[in-house]
Design a protein. Structure first.
Lengths: 347, 296
């Protein structure tokens, strides 16, 4: 095989990639017009919010190996911060979004403090416990949070005088925040912070010996994940205009964990796949009514037992499989796939 | 008089604490033998309660079998469920904690919702087989059912200790929990021992549920809160330790009752969890600092 052919193929592949990205981008932008009804847009908006929280959980759990099972409660902290600031003081969404991230981030730092002392399932139950405590405070501080009744009449945002008051308009807001969140996460994980996270996850003692400031990075992982949850909370509060504490119970943490693991823990793209797939799957499962949740539970078990890396891993495995390689090879006959070639030569 | 109320609170706490202890035993025994954290334990407790109570409360064909018979049926049926579950848990136990967590939670989800489909989401109250009027001893008022719960749980825990220490199967179980590779070279069927462990853990959960049913409200969602608290109790005592599970359960129950009675009833759950967090920070191996088996 000549070098030239390989370059050509690569060029062809990159053109295909660019085309795919363009098509995907157009589809994303046009989605509210393609959707058959407003409800579908609403489902996707909710999915976007889950993607955002799942990105946060993925950073803490998939990359830094820190069990943050208070994500649902931290999401609640963000939502309540935005709701209280908006209904009490009339502060608009654009200021509430960073405020919610800061409030949730601070709370995340507190939730993360036990990580100095405990790990794995101990850390899991401690964060579950702290999440429960946060939720109980939300229920019981009635003067501030409205108790079990929650907070209603949260204003929807507006942008340069255009009110973002329909699901279709809100869709673009969520799309922008999710994309921003995704690229920020990718940048964070690409550099020093990401390397430290992975070092701590894979072997924290070795990381410590190599001079990684474990305490700092563990808390940082919690803060970043909580900030994502906080942003999702502000988006959620302003989208639904009504929030109540039962939304942010432990079951929401479980849902987010399911989303992340079905998509692929330790892969940011997994968060997007899982965040889109599960809410949509739930909508389709509505047809079988009561069996919906049973089917859902079985689906979780099947994923865990047979594809523990989630859908993303399944896709990677498929790409590496012989069938797929032959498929590619037929397409690009100039370049046969010979992965060993480059490795063996010089070294 | 005040001390009377205090004692009453403590006894109530011990009652609900023995419920937590029996659940915590399930967590700890399974963790010890399989290295698996079974988050479906709360649902298994719920299923066990139904397995027994439906015969007693006239849910199935209007049957009203005597309470002790219902108790035994419930324990046996749930033990059988435990044996079946071993098949599902065997591959799960080889995975990371994250996957165990999600896999067992998924299983719990399936069980919970199957029971919603079969018996409906609304629960029912169960009448106690004992008189409903509280006994009054030295000015302390105790429900007879509460005494039955405490006494029954104590007997079960004692029975478990005797079984583990004195019988052949009990010794084999402990051996396989300690090191399953060596145990299997010694001819101990490790998988069967794990099945037995799960059967005992599930049976204890069923017993706890049926004994507590007249005090708590029976519905398919009853497992989630109790399951979480049982896990907290197991961790509090030291996960994998059998005395730890018992101590952890009782301490958690008493803490909950005292904080409900003296601090704030709406913050009960929160206070109990906060104390658990504090204990873990101070002593991560739990209250009963037994050397726990570190499973890799």
């Amino acid at each position: 095989m000549s070098n030239q052919a390989a370059v050509l193929t690569r060029k062809k592949l990159s053109i295909a990639k660019a085309a795919a990205i363009t098509v995907l981008g157009c589809a994303l932008l046009a989605f509210p017009f393609i959707a058959q009804n407003r409800y579908q847009v609403h489902v996707i908006n909710t999915a976007g919010i889950y993607i955002l929280i799942s990105l946060g959980l993925n950073i803490a759990m998939g990359y830094a190996g820190q069990f943050n099972l208070a994500m649902g409660a931290l999401w609640g902290v963000g939502a309540y911060t935005a709701a209280i600031l908006n209904t009490r003081f009339g502060i608009p969404f654009w200021l509430n979004l960073p405020a919610a991230m800061v409030a949730a981030g601070l709370m995340g730092a507190i939730v993360g403090l036990p990580s100095f002392k405990v790990r794995s399932h101990y850390l899991a139950i401690v964060t579950i416990g702290l999440g429960e405590v946060i939720n109980i405070i939300l229920v019981n501080q009635q003067g501030l949070t409205g108790g079990a009744d929650g907070i209603a009449r949260i204003q929807m945002p507006s942008f340069l005088g255009i009110p973002i008051n329909t699901d279709e308009r809100y869709y673009y807001l969520i799309l922008a925040v999710v994309l921003l969140g995704f690229f920020v996460a990718r940048q964070i994980l690409k550099h020093r912070i990401g390397r430290s996270f992975r070092a701590i996850r894979d072997d924290y003692q070795a990381a410590k010996a190599m001079g990684v400031n474990i305490a700092y990075y563990q808390i940082l992982a919690f803060v970043i994940s909580a900030a994502y949850a906080g942003a999702a909370g502000a988006l959620f509060a302003h989208l639904n205009t009504y929030i109540s504490p039962d939304i942010f119970e432990f079951s929401s943490t479980l849902f987010i964990m399911t989303v992340t693991m079905v998509g692929g823990m330790g892969s940011l793209a997994g968060s997007i796949v899982g965040g889109l797939a599960l809410p949509i799957l739930q909508e389709y499962l509505r047809v079988i009514k009561n069996w919906q949740l049973v089917a859902y539970g079985i689906a979780i078990m099947v994923v865990v037992l047979f594809i523990p890396g989630g859908v993303i891993q399944l896709m990677r495995r498929l790409r590496g499989s012989r069938v797929f390689r032959r498929f590619l090879a037929d397409r690009y006959a100039e370049e046969r796939f010979q992965p060993e070639e480059t490795n063996v030569s010089g070294n | 008089m005040r001390s009377g109320i205090f004692l009453q609170t403590i006894i109530g706490g011990i009652g609900i604490g023995s419920l937590y202890a029996l659940i915590a035993l399930g967590y700890s025994m399974v963790y010890r033998s399989m290295g698996l954290v079974n988050f479906a334990q709360g649902s298994i407790y719920m299923v066990g309660t139904y397995f027994g109570i439906i015969w007693y409360a006239g849910i199935v064909m209007g049957l009203h079998v005597p309470y002790p018979v219902a108790l035994i049926i419930g324990i046996l049926l749930n033990a059988m469920l435990g044996v079946l579950l071993e098949r599902i848990f065997r591959p799960l136990a080889k995975l990371d904690l994250m996957f165990m967590l999600l896999g067992t939670i998924g299983l719990g989800f399936v069980l919970d919702n199957l029971f919603v489909i079969i018996f409906g989401a609304e629960g029912f109250a169960v009448t106690s087989p004992l008189p409903n009027a509280p006994l009054v001893v030295f000015g302390i008022r105790i429900l007879p059912q509460m005494l039955l719960l405490i006494g029954g749980s104590a007997l079960l825990m004692l029975g478990l200790q005797v079984f583990l220490k004195r019988t052949r199967s009990g010794k084999a179980m402990r051996a396989s929990a300690m090191d399953n590779e060596i145990a299997s070279t010694m001819g101990i069927p490790v998988n069967r021992m794990n099945a037995l462990t799960l059967a005992i853990g599930s049976g204890l959960a069923a017993a706890a549920g049926i004994l507590a049913a007249p005090i708590v409200y029976v519905n398919p969602a009853m497992g989630s809160a109790v399951g979480l608290k049982g896990f907290a109790a197991a961790i509090l005592g030291g996960l994998g330790s059998i005395p730890g599970a018992i101590v952890g359960g009782l301490v958690f129950g008493v803490l909950e009752a005292v904080s409900a009675g003296y601090i704030s009833s709406s913050y009960t759950r929160g206070i109990a969890f906060l104390i658990m967090v504090v204990v873990l920070m101070v002593k991560p191996s739990g209250l009963v600092g037994e050397v726990t088996v570190e499973k890799v």
